[in-house]
Ligand binder design. Sequence first.
Ligand SMILES: [Zn+2]
Length: 376
Amino acid sequence: MQFSQMKNGRNVRHGFIKFPTDSPRENLTTCFSLPLCLQYTKDGFVPHLTWDLLKHVPDNSAPALIPLCSMYDLIPTLQSSGQKLSDFISSDFNRQIFLTDQDVLVKRRQGFNSSDFIPIWTESGRKNIYPTDLLNCVNVFKPDAYRLLADGETNKESSNKRLDKSVHNTAQLTKKSFNIEGQSCKIKPVFGSIVGGWNLKQRLISIEHLKSYDVDGYIIDGLLAEDLLNESTDTKENLNALITYICSHLPLNKPRALFGPLKPERVADAVSAGIDIFDSSYCSYLTSIHTALVLQSKAFPFEATSKLLNLADDSFKHDFTVIEKDCCCYTCFKGFTRAYLNHLINVKEMLGSILINLHNLYVYYDFFNQISYLTH
Ligand SMILES: [Zn+2]
């Protein structure tokens, strides 16, 4: 994996990341500007959309973030077909794959983690994934990068004892992943996770442990979706301080990722703090609650503020304007009005979610492109 970054005049990291590939697929994009936003998926697709529809989203063919929990039951099918996951999903799926064990939008169930395995919940129930299982999954799914198992099931209320356990479990899982007999977990770019919740001391212990392994990048884990979505000023300031602290203790020459639903203002703060890789789960989250994202003062993304429109609200019943007047997304460009989208939601028509997600993804990726443009 190639990674290059430097700081610009705004003291913000910029550069590129290139994932290696052994794929013979033509026109496969493998090099991406920072900050990179992975395309969040569930069951192998972006919620509500086909891969072909993503041609309307300016995501520069960003790699797909694929949670193992939604694809685990496919392993026997893939093994019997001999197909690569990318070929199995669709001929329109021409992207690299980042495999992760958990779905960032699904609340993790507490009390099952251990220093030997991490549980995932699949359609057929709970599966305990040991480091050797993860390696087998990597051999089947052939992702272009993946993350090691980690116990990041902590939130703001987690006790010191729980944080201790989370750091210990993750350290043991990392050690076991690097000591699988006869195999190396270095078959692909591999990202290690930093855990420790909101406790700086625990975060530092986790960082120091991970530094002794040859990981290609770092993921800031241990922050659940509910905390990332928390609107309080207190959370915003604490999150900024936490991310800045973690990034200040990480090597400069390796990428740092923060996965989960982050509003644009939080993304801008995290980029300033030193995060390089994100994902688009915020758009799927908003679409699931019939909400459209509107960005204001877009000319300067670091000072952008977002506004949310809940299109299920009765106030949109007679609103014949598009979601955002100047938006160039498919939904706004084709003139779908807020009133019509409100109707589609009320009659539970799938088209409503398709059109809202196309808009949300367009706005989110346009925002990333503006940050990337301004920082280069
Ligand atoms: Zn739009």
